[in-house]
Ligand binder design. Structure first.
Ligand SMILES: *[C@@H]1O[C@H](CO)[C@@H](O)[C@H](O)[C@H]1NC(C)=O
Ligand SMILES: *[C@@H]1O[C@H](CO)[C@@H](O)[C@H](O)[C@H]1NC(C)=O
Length: 368
């Protein structure tokens, strides 16, 4: 009896498999790289601001504005901080803010002390994490106050004076050689146009951009066109075809808008359209290190003025001539309401961002 049942079942199984053929074949995998996010803990401070990377040294410098502390961090090849030290720069109320690598003084770094009204060149002493940075040069801001951004362009430093709403050009070799340009509230970043060579600074609370022609020393104001549908120009950098900037928006509404100022001051806007990108509160931006081949712009969305805005890193890909957005890849940062502040790229697959309110440094890495 048992034997009969078994042979009946195996005959049925044989019939089923011969009728329903299942084939197996390889398919291609179209996925891009996997994203690795590490939120590195920094010393606790009410406000963590800027970050720069010392080339080829696996060392990052990070400014903590609220207590005027400079963090020196060693990172490994996945962007994880393996050790760090922190140094008081001047006094706890000096307001260390801007950080910029110097080319004129190789290996040295410019700092701004916003409350002390000073520009400081340091040697970060990267050979040893324990060594305190050395002050090499101190320049007093000769007119206006509140140095925020600093950038070195040959013998000149260009500085936004946030507290007195002005832009300063000062020769760091001969500091009696300077120009002071009065603006409106508040110049944040300063960037040089790649084609017309003029300097531009976004004035966040005035919804304007100041344009400075260094050869004629003429300054003019450019309005953000109403057609851009947003306010608060902040992050501003030189890029393909012009000076690019992000619109942060208001305390209640993000804009999802970036744009660039062309050769003749025409403003060319781009609106993000992805579900999270379209209302992003865009604070800062950086072009891909290989932007001539990888047509990508990395954007940082921040909850800094709008607590409902998401803190995100958004990779925006353009077509070949930078006239159209063809892709948006949005990554929401694990810690929200972090008031994400600055983004930099240090290698094709490695970015870092600061979390102003959470004393963290994000390592954002893409890997196949
Ligand atoms: C420094 O700059 C001032 C102002 O432009 C100029 O008069 C002076 O000749 C410069 N000094 C030197 C040593 O170049
Ligand atoms: C383009 O960007 C990706 C990461 O988003 C990177 O892996 C790749 O190496 C980059 N290509 C070039 C040519 O830099």
């Amino acid at each position: 009896m048992r034997a009969t049942v078994r042979s009946f079942l195996s005959v049925t199984a044989f019939l089923a498999s011969s009728v329903l053929a299942v084939t197996v074949a390889p398919v291609s995998n179209d996925r891009g790289p996997t994203i690795h996010i590490i939120e590195n803990a920094l010393p606790t401070a009410p406000q963590t601001h800027e970050v720069v990377s010392i080339p080829n040294k696996n060392t990052l410098l990070i400014s903590q504005f609220s207590n005027s502390v400079l963090v020196k961090a060693q990172v490994d090849d996945v962007g994880q901080i393996t050790a760090l030290t922190a140094f008081q720069i001047s006094t706890p109320t000096s307001e260390l803010h801007g950080l910029a690598l110097s080319k004129h003084y190789p290996g040295k770094v410019w700092l701004t002390l916003q409350a002390d009204n000073l520009l400081v060149l340091i040697d970060p002493m990267v050979h040893s994490l324990k060594s305190a940075p050395k002050v090499i040069k101190v320049i007093k801001v000769p007119k206006g106050k509140g140095p925020h951004y600093v950038g070195e362009y040959g013998d000149d430093l260009w500085v936004s004076l946030k507290d007195s709403s002005a832009v300063l050009r000062i020769n760091h070799v001969n500091t009696t050689d300077y120009d002071h340009y009065q603006g409106v509230s508040h110049p944040i970043f300063v960037a040089q146009h790649p084609i017309n060579k003029n300097f531009y600074s976004g004035e966040d609370d005035s919804n304007k951009i100041i344009k400075i022609e260094p050869t004629t020393k003429k300054a003019t104001q450019i309005d953000i066109p109403a057609s851009m549908g947003g306010t608060t120009p902040v992050g501003m950098i030189s890029g393909p075809k012009g000076v690019w900037f992000a619109l942060l928006g208001s305390p209640t509404e993000g804009t999802g808008t970036v744009g660039f100022i062309g050769e003749n001051d025409e403003i060319v806007p781009f609106k993000l359209t992805s579900p999270l990108g379209q209302n992003a509160a865009l604070l800062h931006l950086v072009f891909d290190l290989n932007a001539d081949r990888n047509k990508s712009l990395w954007l940082l969305s921040s909850s800094i003025v709008n607590s409902k805005a998401l803190d995100m890193i958004i990779k925006v890909t353009f077509n070949d001539d930078w006239t159209r957005i063809v892709g948006e890849e949005v990554s929401v940062l694990p810690t929200q309401q972090n008031q994400a502040h600055r983004i930099i790229q240090t290698a094709p697959d490695q970015l870092y961002a600061t979390e102003l309110a959470k004393s963290k440094l994000v390592s954002f890495r893409t890997a196949k």
